[in-house]
Design a protein around this ligand. Structure first.
Ligand SMILES: Cc1cc2nc3c(=O)[nH]c(=O)nc-3n(C[C@H](O)[C@H](O)[C@H](O)COP(=O)(O)OP(=O)(O)OC[C@H]3O[C@@H](n4cnc5c(N)ncnc54)[C@H](O)[C@@H]3O)c2cc1C
Length: 450
């Protein structure tokens, strides 16, 4: 029977009304209002274990959270202890071994510049404000994905506190089934206290963005789509239609304007990168930032907002992108409409081939991942944005083939993200490590029936 270190647990707890309560329950999407029963802010793994045991003894479930970037699916958190990991800090980079170990509260922003200075790169995504653990557990789709796959399959070891409050290590040798589940199965299996992963040597990358007049968007999307089959795995490109908010956090040259944008990262030299993207450049971008840049530049290439915002979003993985789909989507994305952006990410390449010894998310089926968002700043937007997202979902429905949990920001069935065999195995692992379903992941895996 596990003992509870009451003093260690209590020292970390916040209750409604305590100083720091609102900051600790804050989310990236300002539409969410988390009201957990209690919040814990442990500073080390011993405190995490004490908190998890205390929660179990108190009849509370536990939801781990680092940044609140995917808080939406969790809902208001009644009857749940919110375990805020932001005080679990620490980072070790082994340049020679190309390995990184970080504590669970670490954001990509801490690691990416340090790696870049050492000529290394990680498989982070569009925003370095995102937490490394949440991103890695959910899959992790970034700029180098077509050549190097998903971040979850770069993970080499995970330290975690189980639902019973035991600290264990999962890697290829220890707890191999749990290690498999953690790599793409999400945060349902325990509270991660630290994670280790492999990184790549990368002194420089050819990357940038071409901005086109918004009127050219249908032509740009068609040209991008036609180019995709010719692009090597070394090149990952994203096409977007964006109405840039007229807000101070946006860079001056783009603020308040509408564009079609093609951004890309190419693992190769400048001349080859330019030749590969020449058919797009022929359309005459009004701004073109492509250059050889250090890998840290990929952390801001997508110009993701880093300050919390109120927004709603929609996502689908598409098998293709027909002219009819482009036109139907563009009809929803018109200037003055409810949506701020539609982003289309080229998939394929390594994403379609299972990595050797891959975890639960071995591949990403489909050709393109779409993600759209609209700001909800008033009551009118609260009505118009969901209606526009529904229209967009209808527009892409003929080509929708699936979804990735990282891009779904509302509650959703696990069967939407995993094939039946993978889901059955994930549920069996959950039953082994958390049969009472105490740990709440954002996209939960429920335990298989005994
Ligand atoms: C602006 C923005 C840009 C994004 N860009 C990308 C992208 O390019 N590619 C991509 O793949 N995804 C992207 N995402 C999605 C992102 O990967 C997910 O939202 C991810 O879950 C965020 O992790 P987090 O820890 O920051 O968020 P949190 O909301 O803090 O955590 C999300 C979930 O992760 C799990 N979790 C976190 N910490 C722990 C822990 N210590 N132990 C156990 N479980 C834990 C929990 O289930 C938690 O609910 C983006 C999201 C946003 C908002």
């Amino acid at each position: 029977m596990a003992t509870i270190d009451i003093a260690a647990a209590r020292g970390t707890l916040l209750f409604d009304g305590d100083a720091g309560w609102d900051a600790a329950r804050g989310t990236f999407n300002l539409l969410h209002d988390q009201q957990p029963a209690v919040i814990a802010m442990p500073t080390d793994e011993r405190e995490v274990a004490a908190v998890v045991r205390w929660a179990a003894a108190s009849g509370l479930r536990v939801a781990a959270q680092a940044t609140g970037h995917n808080a939406g699916p969790l809902g208001p958190l009644a009857g749940t202890l919110l375990l805020n990991t932001s005080r679990l800090s620490g980072m070790r980079i082994d340049v020679g071994a190309q390995r990184v170990r970080v504590a669970a509260g670490t954001k990509w922003a801490r690691v990416v510049p340090a790696l870049s200075d050492a000529g290394l790169a990680a498989l982070h995504g569009s925003s370095t404000d995102v937490g490394i653990v949440g991103y890695s557990l959910g899959g992790g789709l970034g700029w180098l994905a077509r050549r190097h796959g998903l971040q979850c399959n770069r993970v080499t070891a995970v330290d975690l506190v189980t639902a019973d409050g035991d600290l264990i290590r999962a890697d290829a040798v220890h707890e191999p089934d749990l290690f498999w589940a953690l790599r793409g199965g999400g945060g349902s299996f325990g509270v991660v206290t630290a994670i280790e992963f492999a990184v790549l040597p990368l002194p420089a990358v050819h990357a940038g963005a071409m901005f086109f007049d918004f009127a050219q968007a249908p032509a740009v999307l068609r040209r991008w789509r036609d180019l995709l089959p010719e692009l090597p795995d070394e090149l990952t490109s994203w096409a977007s239609v964006v109405h840039v908010p007229d807000a101070p956090f946006m860079p001056e040259p783009v603020r308040g304007r509408s564009f079609a944008v093609v951004s890309a990262a190419f693992l190769g030299d400048d001349a080859t990168g330019r030749a590969l993207l020449a058919p797009l450049r022929e359309l005459g971008p009004v701004m073109d930032t492509f250059a050889m840049v250090p890998p840290a530049a990929l952390g801001t290439l997508a110009m993701d907002p880093e300050e919390p915002l109120p927004y709603m979003s929609g996502h689908a993985v598409l098998g293709g992108l027909s002219d009819a789909t482009i036109d139907a989507a563009m009809a929803v994305l018109e200037p003055g409409g409810a949506l701020a952006s539609l982003q289309l990410r080229h998939l394929g390449g390594a994403l379609g081939r299972p990595a050797p010894d891959a975890g639960a998310r071995a591949t990403v089926p489909g050709a393109i991942a779409s993600f759209a968002a609209g700001l909800v700043v008033d009551e009118a937007a609260a009505a118009h944005v969901p209606a526009a997202l529904d229209r967009l979902a209808d527009a892409v429905a003929p080509e929708a083939v699936g979804a990735l949990p990282a891009f779904v920001e509302e509650p959703s069935e696990a069967a939407r993200f995993h094939d039946p065999a993978t889901l059955a195995r994930l549920r069996a692992v959950k039953a082994l490590y958390d049969p009472a379903d105490r740990i709440r992941g954002n996209h939960p895996i429920t335990p298989a029936a005994a």
